[in-house]
Design a protein around this ligand. Structure first.
Ligand code: UD1
Ligand code: CA
Length: 450
């Protein structure tokens, strides 16, 4: 049986007061609509369809190959939005799961319940409801004396009595496809001049159809994002969910309130996360690590047994048993091999530091390839930029760089080379030679291998 997801995401989201389409606003660094996309994909077996309109190009680009898109040129209501999908889906799917692009907290489990219930339903509609004390603008679910759903009334049209109803329309439905495409074009126009998908419920009931309603077990899933206050609320809930999952999987989070972990991040068993730590993007963390406090890790791969204190890591690779910080900065392309020690006030960009290399204090390493067991003295700088271009630095195994050495790139230092404190090295250094001064010159050959 084919089930296809249809996600409504054409609206402008006026109340966000933003240049950005509402569904492109991020929660924990990932755009709202990608949460919806992922949840829908998990429970459907055809490519989902997004109805887009506002900022259509930006939304289409973000979805990429993961979804089909249909453009709703004029936003004439949720019913009109779904109708735009008819040419694409009629005859091509059995069930249609409709949901909103601004409800990122709805889980795939909930969508699955909705689909399973509809599969067993002889009638063509199953809808999702929520019971909550705060109706924040949702449509009210009106039931008849026998408890059958009669209609959904939007807040603007509700009578005072209906306003008190606490069962609300979430805006997610599973329809029999053939029925939906027959019924949808018959929708009347609302007093506001829109075609409301919700009016389909009344239309169905008047044809003698029984509308099945499932109530959400966790009402927080129904939080829809209409303004930036909702965005912050939803993000906090998403954060709690992620932190809770990781804790149950064996990660210690000392203070979940101040720990910000993105949806795609993985953290290995027995890792320990101190407060005020941010793990975002496609970050992976191994086992037995200790991260934070006050640490930001973005799109970075970290191995096992790594310690990072009060540092910023972006787009980097950190192998096992590395020790970083406090106050270190790994920028894009930094790769620290096993057992590297990087102390305070260091910056590494587009560089490889070999196993066991130590860089204790105040250094900048950029565009460099550094061998194993190198000692990078305090204040070492790779002068990689001549004002126009960047140049590489190569440092062999076991090199000892004296404090305050300037390595003027392009430059290469052979295995076992040494530089004296304060050297400005402008020429390549032979293996096992000591250079000193400004500019640095060789003063002696070191005994090979010592
Ligand atoms: C809708 C429901 C309401 C429900 C609420 C839950 C209707 C008429 N009302 O109200 O019963 O309680 O959702 O969130 O359906 N959209 C389009 N094209 C349009 C209009 C809307 O794609 O022409 C999209 C929006 O981008 C949004 C979604 O549909 O993602 C819902 O639209 P919105 O205007 O937010 O509806 P609500 O007023 O919240
Ligand atoms: Ca809404």
């Amino acid at each position: 049986m084919n089930v296809t997801g249809v996600v409504l995401a054409a609206g402008q989201g006026k109340r966000m007061h933003s240049k950005l389409s509402k569904v492109l606003h991020p929660l924990l660094g990932r755009e709202m609509l990608l949460y919806v996309l992922e949840a829908v994909r998990e429970v459907t077996n055809t490519q989902p369809v997004f109805v887009i309109g506002h900022e259509a190009d930006a939304v289409r680009e973000k979805l990429g190959e993961a979804a089909r898109v249909v453009v709703q040129e004029k936003q004439l209501g949720t019913g009109h939005a779904v109708l735009q999908v008819k040419p694409l889906l009629r005859g091509n799917t059995d069930l249609v799961l409709v949901t909103n692009g601004d409800m990122p907290l709805l889980t795939s489990e909930t969508y699955q319940r909705l689909i399973t219930a509809q599969k067993a339903n002889p009638d063509p509609i199953t809808m999702l409801t929520v019971e909550t004390e705060d109706p924040h603008g949702f449509g009210r679910v009106v039931r008849d004396d026998q408890g059958f759903v009669q209609c959904i009334v939007e807040e603007a049209q509700a009578t005072p009595e209906q306003m008190n109803i606490r069962e609300l329309n979430v805006g997610a439905y599973c329809f029999d496809s053939d029925w939906l495409w027959e019924a949808l074009p018959q929708l009347g126009i609302s007093p506001k001049g829109e075609y409301y998908l919700t009016d389909l419920i009344y239309q169905a009931v008047s044809e003698g159809i029984k509308v099945q309603a499932l109530c959400l077990e966790d009402p927080t899933e129904a939080i829809g994002i209409n303004n930036r206050v909702h965005l912050a609320e939803a993000e906090a809930l998403m954060r709690q969910r992620i932190n809770r999952r990781l804790m149950l999987e064996g990660v210690t989070i000392m203070d979940p309130q101040t720990t910000y972990i993105g949806p795609e991040v993985t953290v290995g068993q027995d890792s320990f996360i101190w407060p005020n730590t941010y793990l975002l993007g496609k970050t992976t963390i191994g086992e037995d690590c200790e991260l934070g406090p006050n640490t930001l890790v973005h799109d970075t791969r970290i191995g096992n047994g790594v310690k990072v204190l009060a540092s910023v890591l972006e787009n980097a690779v950190v192998e096992d048993e590395v020790n970083i910080g406090p106050f270190a900065h790994l920028r894009s392309g930094a790769h620290l091999a096993r057992g590297v020690h990087m102390g305070n006030f260091g910056e590494v960009k587009s560089s490889y530091l070999g196993p066991g290399t130590k860089m204790g204090h105040f250094s900048y390493i950029g565009d460099a390839t550094i061998g194993p067991d190198v000692n990078i003295g305090a204040g070492t700088i790779t002068c990689n930029f001549d004002g126009e271009r960047k140049h590489p630095t190569k440092i062999g195994a076991g090199v000892f760089i004296g404090s305050d050495t300037m390595l003027v790139a392009p430059i290469s230092l052979g295995d076992g080379a040494r530089t004296g404190a304060g050297s400005v090295v402008t020429k390549d250094v032979e293996p096992y030679h000591l250079v000193v001064g400004v500019p640095a010159r060789a003063i002696r050959k070191l005994i090979s291998g010592e």
